[in-house]
Design a protein around this ligand. Sequence first.
Ligand code: OVV
Length: 406
Amino acid sequence: MTASGTPASTGPASVPHLDVDPFDMAFFADPYPTHQRLREAGPVVYLDRWNVYGVARYAEVHAVLNDPATFCSSRGVGLSDFKKETPWRPPSLILEADPPAHTRTRAVLSKVLSPTVMKQVRDRFAAAAEERVDALLDQRSFDAITDLAEAYPLSIFPDALGLKPEGREHLIPYASVVFNAFGPPNELRQQAIARSSPHQAYVAEQCQRDNLAPGGFGACIHAQADAGAITATEAPLLVRSLLSAGLDTTVNGIGAAVYCLARFPEQWQRLRDDLTLARNAFEEAVRFESPVQTFFRTTTREVELSGATIGEGEKVLMFLAAANRDPRRWDQPDSYDITRRTSGHVGFGSGIHMCVGQLVARLEGEVMLTALARRIARIEITGEPKRRFNNTLRGLDSLPVTITPA
Ligand code: OVV
């Protein structure tokens, strides 16, 4: 059936065909009505605009994420099929890999970003959050994206990695290219790649062992090469994964949390009344806004999914954000509720590829929301929020706010 209810005449039979483009500006401006259409059309849909299957319900997104042998990552987790097209950069050794290759690299990054390591950086991350809030209290009116959601991760994460001070202005632009590149060959992707050379050159250089300060995440990755867990050639590419996925994601996660707490003052008040809710308030913002909106997989064989037959070598687009608001899974999915049981949300993915940096993200979110809630009585949105357009990331470019001290 097509979206208008007539039988599909071309393309994969027996699944609803939709003509929506989930990578155009109108969709990014307000994805929610289309998310609902995608969920309601059926468990599996076909998107004629890009010739891909789509899943937007929680059950199917979860199923695809948890069958990595059938829905592989090694052919790319964007629209481009690495079996048919040359990737724009050498593939990631963790994101764009399947077991058994993935298992080894995953173990290394899990160790580098482990609970033990979080204990070591926690006090520094918390002190930097307090310092940032000090500065914001002096300003009273500021941009919650540039002055908070970007400024805070930039004040800790590059140092935690062990990056030298010069050139850090490339980090967010580089990540923006990476996440635009998962999308289709639209203007966002093509322009991003066309302008990526200086950012790529910076990142490649910083991944080298000599450019990473001792004790940082980057040096720890290289030390894993000495231990024989990975080769010396693999280490720089794994550092690249942290540079790709470790900054812009948390910028948008913290941005999402502040945007939620500014829009829903009763939730802000609950957080102020009980600071132990900070970690779940951040988690709920990841569910509610889903800073990473989508990823693709590629089928390794013909497979039946909820009654639909998908052939081998097909791209499947997972709408993580739609799954995170699927009424089949969530009560009041469109409410931001900091006391909700958030576990099971797919904002960090699920299964073997679930965000390896999730503890860093949660630590940053928790300590920042704690610092804000302890010292600020009110957050008021005082200007028009401006959206930032990216093929994969959802977030704002600007969020003018005025705060009232506690
Ligand atoms: C999850 C993610 C996003 C972007 C890049 C990478 C990972 C990477 O491994 O390079």
